[in-house]
Design a protein around this ligand. Structure first.
Ligand code: NAD
Ligand code: GLY
Length: 352
């Protein structure tokens, strides 16, 4: 078992992250005695519910189940959940337990931030992506008006319970998606980068991935601690994401993690074009990305660039703001005007 405490700079808030097996048992309630007083509700999706319903029922709490999938990360699901929370009689002292991947975690976190102006949220992430990234750090959101994560709030989870046993039921594609965010962390952290390169043959090994979870949480937690509300440093966690989110909206058949990998591939090459970089390092990073990525790497550059212009991370009108890798463990922020960005995407697409 490994536990992390994130004491958030400039606020009295903190988040506790526990990595341990066998989370979905009665012990969860015993660990959190205040749940008994305030009451709690479980929010999950249809896939996780059908796989884990026996264990969920042991907790003896009201459950709200959303249909699985990014296409349901909508205001309809959010308001249906808020209604279920009201009907279950949750109070200010209650907690919402978000049991699932990043979609459940993002909607659950947002509902917890809104209900009665904010109740506690406990994240129980069940995908690799959610354990290494989305359950940590308090970003919550729904997609809105065709833009990823347009409506959201920062609402730090009171607890995160990361249990590697959940990986046993994950399809290989979901492991690949989680590796997308792990490779992103490796682009920010030289030690993790070396470890992934040295263990290329074990990237899909569940034992190795369980080892990587606390390491990735520690990398993210340190960045979130310093900049919980993304006023500066935390923007580095968006590496690969500006282009990745635009591709996600352009190519509906790809998942978030796959698009992050594609975004990393393109932004790696954009960095070489515009900045002084370590070419040998970026070659090695590209080959690591390609070890994990198996999808078609081309997309409609014009459409993706137009969508990237709506990204909430952009610093100015008609500008696309990127966080890009430059050297081992180093990154830079780069603002490109629209025409340079479209041109770069087209040129890279042709060369890949
Ligand atoms: P997801 O939540 O859609 O889960 C992927 C699939 O795996 C779903 O079909 C789900 O039902 C299924 N699943 C979940 N747990 C399972 C298990 N243990 N066994 C079998 N199947 C299981 O997607 P995701 O990849 O976990 O998360 C992607 C989402 O996270 C995106 O919406 C993205 O925007 C968001 N995200 C948020 C942050 C953040 O900081 N808040 C960071 C990264 C990504
Ligand atoms: N996934 C980006 C962040 O948490 O800031």
């Amino acid at each position: 078992m490994k536990t992390f405490h994130i004491n958030l700079k400039g606020t009295p808030k903190r988040s506790v992250i526990v990595c341990r097996k066998n989370v979905l048992t009665k012990q969860l309630k015993d660990d959190l005695p205040w749940l008994k007083a305030g009451g709690a509700m479980i929010f999950t999706d249809s896939n996780v519910f059908s796989l884990y319903q026996r264990k969920i029922k042991v907790l003896d709490l009201p459950v709200f189940v959303m249909p699985a999938g990014e296409e349901y990360k909508t205001e309809q699901t959010l308001f249906a959940l808020l209604q279920a929370m009201a009907e279950a009689g949750l109070r200010r002292s209650s907690a919402l337990i978000a049991l699932g991947g990043g979609v459940v975690g993002d909607i659950g976190g947002l509902a917890a931030s809104l209900f009665m102006r904010g109740i506690s949220c406990i994240q129980v992430p069940t995908t690799l992506l959610a354990q290494v990234d989305s359950s940590v750090g308090g970003k919550t959101a729904i997609d809105f008006c065709g833009v990823k994560n347009l409506i959201g709030a920062f609402h730090q989870p009171m607890y995160v319970y990361a249990d590697p046993d959940f990986f046993r039921t994950l399809p290989p594609r979901e492991i690949r998606c989680g590796l997308g965010e792990i490779v992103k962390h490796a682009a920010l952290n030289g030690a993790l980068f070396e470890k992934l390169l040295a263990n290329r043959g074990r990237l899909f090994d569940l034992g190795f991935l369980s080892e990587l979870v606390p390491e990735n949480i520690a990398i993210k937690a340190e960045i979130v601690r310093k900049d919980p509300n993304e006023t500066g440093l935390r923007r580095c966690l968006n590496l690969g994401h500006t282009t990745g989110h635009a591709i996600e909206l352009t190519k509906g058949d790809l998942s978030h993690g796959e698009c992050v990998l594609l975004g990393l591939l393109y932004e790696n090459r954009i960095a070489r074009k515009y900045l002084a970089t370590d070419e040998a390092y970026l070659d090695a990073l590209e080959s690591l990305i390609r070890t994990v990525l198996v999808c078609d790497v081309t997309f409609d550059a014009e459409e993706a660039a137009r969508l990237a212009l709506h990204d909430k991370k952009n610093m100015a009108k008609d500008t696309v703001s990127l966080a890009v890798p430059t050297r081992k463990g180093e990154f830079a922020f780069l603002d490109l005007n629209f025409s340079d960005y479209v041109h770069a995407l087209k040129e890279i697409g042709k060369a890949l």
